[in-house]
Design a protein around this ligand. Structure first.
Ligand code: PMT
Length: 402
């Protein structure tokens, strides 16, 4: 579950061309279970309509002190007390200047001044305005007030002011808020966990290989979850192009290409690890010989003779000691459960995570997965979830066995 679940967020929107991106911010916050109250400046309304925003948040948008002509008024003090966080995105140079200097001439600034919760500011302006000493001074002032400045690609800004003025992407803004509220349990502190991830490439010649569709997403999500819970992660990674969600000092990545290289890395690491989670899609076969030069087209047919690769899982299963855990994956296309049961026993896993290519949204490359955790004594089926949530389910299970 996201750390934003149940959180009350005041979203301040100001007059920038990036205002349309606030719709994406709202959608993501709501998807993660947050409640959103929009407060918009008069200039903000020139860029995006309150109707769109209230349809997304299911709440009236606040922009004026007086909501109607009947004397009822919007209390910025109440909003300040209601919120768990205030996010101003996009924040123009003008709003940043007013915030820094307490110029309370609109509802957004009065709300800011009354805010009891942490404030996040995502600046949006052109580079010259952003680089102007006045803007820089105002941003420094906001930092000195304890506000969090969200810069494009640079995360929270402490003392260094670098960035380009363009507003950070909505998903990164939301993920920084999520990180802020995240109170990870540290139940895996002191444990070392080996994780394999991604595909392997088996060389045919200098330009060709046999590979598979694994993106590394599932393995990275597992590494991220273990690291979040305090474990030291040894991530043995086949060739992938994705980037980790977050650089973490307790994830040590070892890049390999072939199954043989993955095998050697795992054999070295597993004896001193507390658990191994083997999520990589390892090629079972590799070309018998690798051509030194690029193979040229000759006749019609081309035969590549393959020899078996080491079975990493089975060999770790053999050297597994008491107290050590080993978790496998099974990617199946048919007879799913009986195939997974067979691998569970043959490879001496403590449990196996079954995913089937017959399930939509499961398996290779997707951001979601649908799994069944199978142990010798039973099975637990889970619905389709994000790979991050699936990883949390798998690590909950692993933790219960330590
Ligand atoms: O990377 P993504 O795009 O996010 O996709 C995730 C995934 C689909 C790759 C992942 O969820 C998954 O199912 N990984 C295992 C894929 C697989 O190759 O399964 P398998 O049934 O062939 O192998 C069974 C187990 O033995 C696996 O734990 C595998 O890592 C391991 N194995 C297999 C062969 C081999 N030579 N050595 C091994 O260690």
């Amino acid at each position: 579950m996201s750390s934003l679940n149940g959180k009350k967020i005041v979203l301040g929107i100001t007059g920038s061309i990036a205002a349309y991106k606030s719709c994406l911010i709202i959608r993501q916050l709501i998807k993660k279970g947050a409640e959103v109250q929009v407060v918009i400046t008069p200039a903000g309304k020139e860029f995006i309509t309150p109707i769109t925003l209230s349809a997304l948040t299911h709440k009236p948008v606040i922009s004026e002190f007086f909501s109607q002509r009947d004397g009822t008024w919007n209390s910025h003090v109440d909003i300040g007390l209601w919120a768990d966080a205030m996010l101003i995105a996009p924040a123009t140079a003008s709003t940043i200047g007013k915030m820094a200097n307490g110029i309370a001439d609109n509802m957004l600034i009065t709300t800011y001044l009354s805010m009891k919760a942490p404030v996040f500011v995502a600046p949006a302006m052109d580079l010259d305005m952003y680089a102007h000493p006045s803007t820089q001074k105002n941003l420094q002032t906001l930092i000195s007030y304890g506000n969090h400045i969200i810069e494009p690609g640079t995360g929270f800004l402490a003392s260094e002011l670098i960035g380009k003025g363009r507003m950070e992407e909505p998903e990164n803004i939301v993920s920084q808020l999520e990180d802020f509220f995240d109170i990870p349990n540290r139940d895996l502190e002191g444990k070392t966990i080996l994780i394999t991830s991604g595909p392997t490439y088996e060389k045919i010649d200098p330009v060709r290989f046999i590979g598979n569709y694994s993106s590394g997403k599932m393995g990275f999500a597992l590494a991220e979850e273990c690291a979040r819970r305090g474990a030291q992660v040894e991530l043995v990674c086949g060739p992938v192009s994705i980037k980790p969600v977050k650089e973490r000092p307790n994830i040590h990545r070892i890049d390999v290409e072939s199954a043989q290289q993955m095998y050697e890395a795992c054999k070295e690491i597993y004896p001193s690890a507390d658990a191994g989670i083997l999520c990589a899609a390892v090629a079972d076969f590799t070309p018998d010989t690798v051509a030194e030069q690029k193979i040229k087209r000759t006749g019609d047919d081309m035969i590549i003779r393959l020899k078996p690769n080491p079975d990493i899982a089975a060999s770790l299963g053999q050297i597994k000691k008491d107290g050590q855990l080993l978790v496998g994956f099974a990617l199946e296309t048919n007879d799913e459960e009986s195939n997974a049961q067979g691998k569970l026993k043959r490879k001496n896993f403590d449990f196996i995570v079954l995913n089937s290519l017959r399930d939509k949204g499961a398996g290779f490359r997707t951001d979601t997965n649908k799994i069944t955790i199978i142990t010798e004594g039973g099975k637990d089926e889970y619905p389709l979830k994000s790979k991050a949530e699936v990883a949390a389910d798998i690590i909950d299970k692993l933790q219960s066995l330590f």
